[in-house]
Design a protein around this ligand. Structure first.
Ligand SMILES: C[S@@+](CC[C@H](N)C(=O)[O-])C[C@H]1O[C@@H](n2cnc3c(N)ncnc32)[C@H](O)[C@@H]1O
Length: 195
């Protein structure tokens, strides 16, 4: 059994996958958890040194994602802070760490990701290019290869995955940023099995 910290997770998806696999897992977010379960609502920095075996971290990508590049010149302070937060998580005193983010300036400003994964490698007919920065962990092995899913062309001619195409709403960012359950299950079964 591992002690697993799931940092920056309000959905409980990765936390619950580890709990189902028999581990002692806690999610942590500034927000309350959306699904009841072990959760620390507060700053992850408060609990980083509490003796974890593994941390899966989902830091905010708002100021880092390359998809927002056209706003970069207006937000250099926010960007520097977001990069410091990522560095702090990658340097946490935890032997095994996976940090997840979309295609982002972490690659150019800190280091290249160790792996790029997709939901369609884990049973979901969807694309969401997800980079993983790994410490003490092997690459995640695809568990169920399926089709890449439909795409949608916006009025301005941009091609987006169909699942990403949602009308504006207060919860849209949550739906877009939630981890796909097939990826959470793969993390728990493969990384939770390490001695
Ligand atoms: C992109 S979302 C991650 C969503 C995640 N994939 C999920 O399924 O819940 C990033 C989260 O980081 C949280 N966050 C930002 N700073 C934090 C901090 N210092 N400590 C804990 N959580 C933080 C935010 O509240 C936000 O919910």
């Amino acid at each position: 059994m591992m002690r697993v910290l799931v940092a920056c997770e309000y959905s409980g998806t990765v936390r619950d996958a580890f709990i189902r696999a028999g581990h002692d897992a806690l999610s942590c977010d500034l927000l309350p958890t959306d699904s009841p379960g072990p959760h620390y609502q507060g700053d992850v920095r408060d609990i980083l040194a509490d003796g974890w075996d593994l941390m899966i971290a989902h830091p905010p990508c708002t100021h880092l994602a390359v998809s927002g590049a056209r706003w970069f010149k207006d937000k250099q302070v926010e960007q520097a802070e977001a990069l410091d937060f990522v560095r702090m998580l990658l340097d946490a005193p935890i032997p095994r760490i996976a940090l997840e983010n979309p295609v982002s300036i972490i690659s150019s400003r800190i280091r290249k990701p160790d792996q790029i994964i997709q939901p369609y490698e884990h049973g979901h007919e969807a694309t969401k290019t997800t980079c993983l920065w790994l410490k003490g962990l092997p690459h995640l092995v695809p568990t169920a290869l399926v089709g890449k899913g439909a795409r949608h062309v916006t009025k301005s001619g941009k091609s987006l995955p169909e699942w990403y195409n949602l009308p504006p709403s207060p919860d849209r960012w949550k739906i877009r940023s939630a981890t796909f359950p097939g990826i959470a299950t793969a993390m728990a079964s493969q990384w939770g099995a390490l001695a």
